[in-house]
Design a protein around this ligand. Structure first.
Ligand code: SF4
Length: 109
């Protein structure tokens, strides 16, 4: 419960989020190291079930792209191929794409 309260009260200053509880700084975190604060998630595509429909790549090209075989994969500016890190601000959008994927092949890691 304490983690949920802290995450709800988190604010970002520069690149490093500051966790505050009742307005008082708790500690600084690296969102790529502390998944318990739900700041980022990793998303992947099970290519075996991809239908190549292009929904994910059209909707979120910064997270999904088609490979040479026209199968979707996740990426971060061409890095973290098929293990893309999704910032907290984009998690809901990726979740909508997961829900809409006709192949049901996009998954959080
Ligand atoms: S939405 Fe699903 S089935 Fe369509 S291209 Fe993306 S991963 Fe493949």
């Amino acid at each position: 419960m304490e983690t949920v309260v802290a995450a709800m009260e988190m604010e970002t200053k520069g690149k490093v989020p500051i966790i505050t509880v009742q307005g008082k700084p708790l500690k600084q975190i690296d969102p790529y190291k502390y998944k318990e604060f739900n700041m980022s998630k990793v998303v992947t595509v099970n290519k075996d079930d991809c239908t190549s429909c292009g929904l994910c790549t059209d909707t979120l090209p910064k997270v999904f792209r088609l490979d040479a075989d026209d199968l979707a994969e996740s990426h971060n500016d061409d890095a973290n191929v098929n293990k893309a890190v999704v910032d907290g601000a984009d998690i809901d959008k990726v979740q909508e794409t997961i829900d809409d994927c006709p192949g049901e092949c996009i998954h959080w890691v």
